[in-house]
Design a protein around this ligand. Structure first.
Ligand code: B3M
Ligand code: ZN
Length: 730
């Protein structure tokens, strides 16, 4: 954990390949969490920019071009624009969405290469690589497919297996085939530049260790897996024609381009440069990259972790060597897990995806933002389901948030002349002030006497990138407001006790104002609608930029007596009918059956070629296992005998668990869901033969089982029955 003081933040989102439209995976994993975080920080008045763009090089682009019979440039032009439009429609307020095909990017990548080349950092090696004799070209990365040596997926790419996530090199594939001619490639010698990642092993280990505790555990773990197996030289050039040309320092460089990942991560820097030029201050990019008081945060998906926690930092370390300019390293890399669709593993290559722009043609951006944020795959894979989308929209957005705001506004317009009633704040009732203090407690303002203190405040959740919990707590506030309005019955008190009615409406209108603020990061359109109804007509984004509307405004009543509302009232959310989602569910069924048919056809083909048997993994989240595999897991009933929090680890509980005659210690990341007290005495299900591991320097011997509910809270798996302690599951 670092205790640095930062004065500005640079947020980046992974650059999606410009070989297809933005899908829900990109949106849920990177763009939406980044946008929510950035909007929240803007409300806090912080200096923050959100930088990104499309990744326009690499084999994914050229393969698409070949398939369609068009040029790579045509591919990236088309998809860059589609991506940009879709993000705008989803209200992703990115400060610059750049392109790695721009001259500023090529120049930046070449500058990095030349600097390292001149410093003698690279190693040049001649190695054997796959070559397609018919197409007369070397087959880099995804130009080769074959069977994954780890999981048996017959569709693995030459750089990575999409099914199990393993990084591969093409020569490891079983039964390799050229994607261009489907022929078996031959090995041929070629010369390449290698980045000596291994030389940075120690520095990278120290870098990762320094972030233990403040980075997500999955990010630390992925990075350590690589570190533990020992870092080696990585080829950073390719024999391709599309990409950033390797600077011609010798004849050897002819016909070679930089490996796409070497240039793509530098896209963050070139995009910042482009942003600075657009703002008329070309040098401001330096403030964000070269000053140690800038905080750099990369929002990415889990499959890109090592490029951001090891490869890019090592490149920056190399660039910094012997230089007056010192690039900053990432301070956090909040990597997401994956979002599945209707319980099935998402796969673009199998045509199994939901595209952002298709979605937004049918449903408003805020409904999608809410659904995805509530299911943000923060620590584990989550699921997108249309039924859940419908029920969250209807019951939480429409019936809770929308209903409250509309009732308050309509009541004020109809019964109070559309004006905020005059109320002396010191005459507010206990109920009135109770609601306010409950809101403050949840949001995280400090000057309030806590009533029911949630585990963390919304502010704290955002600061630690717990987007889902922040959004969940935000909706709780709308629920409290709704309940308050119902309990206070202003429609009755207007006759029986007009002063009380005025107080209720005064408080409710101010709560609408607070809701407009706290929902702004999540539901920007809705927030603006609420502000508009409240008679705040100006450009809200601009007001936030200028500090005229800010996060801390929830601490005080912002609307004074006599303020005039706009006099209009809008329905914030239209309910989603079964008929609206039926076509979507049908589409999913179709996608599943198409994917299965394709998979089957492939299996047949592979069988007929007498290749190793295909793995039946298309329709399940994990590869199929045998009963023998299952029997390797020793699942036992344990009883918690003692439990306490682990100091300075917000998420960890330390449990003593009795299993039969033995007692053991288990650490579990459930502290956000259960108090130590409520754990004691519980029967839980334990994976008893999990290899011991250390967490925060403490031993953990086993793992307990829990399932997540649709509200994001964990439920323990709790076996029932007498005398079951220590028994194995059968
Ligand atoms: N384009 C891979 C991907 O879209 C790659 C990310 C680059 S981030 C610098 O998943
Ligand atoms: Zn695999």
């Amino acid at each position: 954990m670092t205790d640095k003081k930062f004065n500005r933040t640079l947020v980046t989102t992974a650059l999606p390949y410009a070989n297809g439209p933005i899908h829900l995976g990109h949106f849920a994993g990177t763009f939406l969490p980044a946008d929510i975080y950035v909007r929240y920080k803007r409300l806090r008045g912080e200096d923050i920019i959100h930088i990104g763009g499309s990744d326009e090089h690499g084999v994914p682009i050229t393969i698409r071009a070949e398939k369609e019979g068009i040029t790579p440039q045509q591919v990236v032009d088309r998809f860059h624009n589609l991506q940009k439009d879709a993000l705008a429609k989803a209200n992703i307020s990115i400060d610059n969405f750049s392109r790695t095909s721009l001259p500023v990017h090529h120049a930046t990548a070449q500058e990095f290469f030349l600097d390292m080349e001149q410093k003698g950092i690279f190693v040049k090696k001649t190695e054997k690589q796959f070559y397609d004799e018919d197409a007369k070209m070397f087959l880099s990365d995804r130009y080769v497919t074959g069977t994954c040596p780890v999981c048996g997926n017959t569709d693995a790419n030459g750089d990575q297996c999409e099914n199990c996530g393993t990084y591969l090199s093409a020569t490891e594939l079983i039964n390799p085939k050229s994607k261009i001619t489907s022929k078996t490639p031959v090995l041929r010698e070629t010369l390449h530049w290698y980045f000596p990642l291994g030389k940075y092993q120690k520095q990278l280990e120290a870098f990762i260790n320094q972030h233990e505790g403040d980075w997500r555990q999955n990010v630390i773990n992925y990075s350590r897996t690589w570190l533990n197996s020992g870092l080696t030289d990585r080829a950073i050039t390719r024999d391709l024609s599309w990409g950033v040309n390797v600077p011609l320092t010798s004849d050897d460089a002819k016909g070679k381009v930089l490996y796409v990942w070497f240039d793509a991560v530098l896209g963050y820097i070139s995009s910042t440069k482009e942003w600075a030029v657009k703002h008329g201050k070309p040098d401001t990019w330096k403030k964000y990259w070269l000053q140690p008081d800038t905080r750099l945060i990369h929002f990415i998906g889990k499959d890109n972790v090592v490029f951001h926690t090891l490869m890019f930092p090592a490149m920056l370390m190399a660039k910094n060597e012997g230089s007056a300019e010192q690039y900053i390293l990432p301070d956090n890399v909040p990597a997401s897990e994956f979002m599945n669709i209707e319980g099935k593993k998402f796969s673009k290559s199998r045509g199994y995806a939901i595209y952002l722009s298709d979605f937004l043609e049918k449903f408003p951006a805020d409904t999608l933002r809410y659904m995805i944020a509530m299911n943000y795959p923060e620590n584990r894979d989550t699921d997108f389901s249309w039924k859940e989308f419908q029920s969250r929209t209807n019951s939480e957005l429409a019936d809770t948030l929308g209903n409250f705001v509309k009732r308050v506004i309509d009541f004020t317009n109809a019964r109070m002349g559309g004006v905020v009633p005059e109320v002396a704040e010191n005459q507010l009732s206990e109920n009135d002030t109770h609601l306010k203090s409950q809101i403050l407690t949840r949001v995280g303002a400090t000057d309030t006497e806590a009533q029911v203190k949630p585990a963390f405040t919304i502010t704290e959740y955002y600061e630690q990138f717990s987007i889902r919990s922040a959004v969940f707590e935000t909706m709780q506030i709308a629920g409290l407001a709704n309940k308050y309005f119902n309990d206070e019955t202003p429609w009755k008190s207007i006759k029986e006790n007009p002063e009380k009615c005025k107080r209720t409406i005064f408080v409710s209108l101010n709560v609408c104002y607070s809701l407009a603020i706290i929902f702004y990061p999540i539901l920007p359109d809705t927030s603006k609608k609420i502000f508009r109804m409240l008679g705040i007509e100006d450009d809200i984004d601009e007001k936030i930029k200028q500090g005229a509307i800010k996060w801390d405004d929830v601490k005080t009543f912002q609307l004074r007596g006599g303020h005039k509302l706009s006099g209009t009232s809008e329905i914030l959310f239209k309910k989603i009918e079964d008929a609206d989602i039926e076509p979507e569910l049908k589409k999913i069924d179709q996608m599943i059956s198409d994917a299965q048919t394709a998979e089957q056809a492939k299996t047949e083909q592979v069988k007929s070629e007498a290749a190793p048997p295909a793995h039946e993994t298309a329709a399940v989240a994990k590869p199929v296992i045998t009963i023998e595999d299952f029997e390797k897991i020793d699942l036992r009933v344990g009883t918690v005998t003692a439990c306490e929090k682990v100091p300075k680890a917000d998420k960890l509980l330390k449990l003593q668990v009795r299993i039969g005659a033995n007692e053991r210690q288990i650490l579990s990341g459930i502290a956000m869901h259960f108090t130590p007290e409520e754990m004691v005495g519980k029967n839980i299900l334990v994976v008893a033969n999990l290899a011991p591991r250390k967490m925060r320097g403490l031993d953990s011997n086993g793992m307990l089982l829990a399932v997540e509910g649709s509200d994001g809270k964990l439920n323990l798996v709790q076996p029932q029955g007498d005398g079951i302690n220590g028994n194995a599951v059968k």
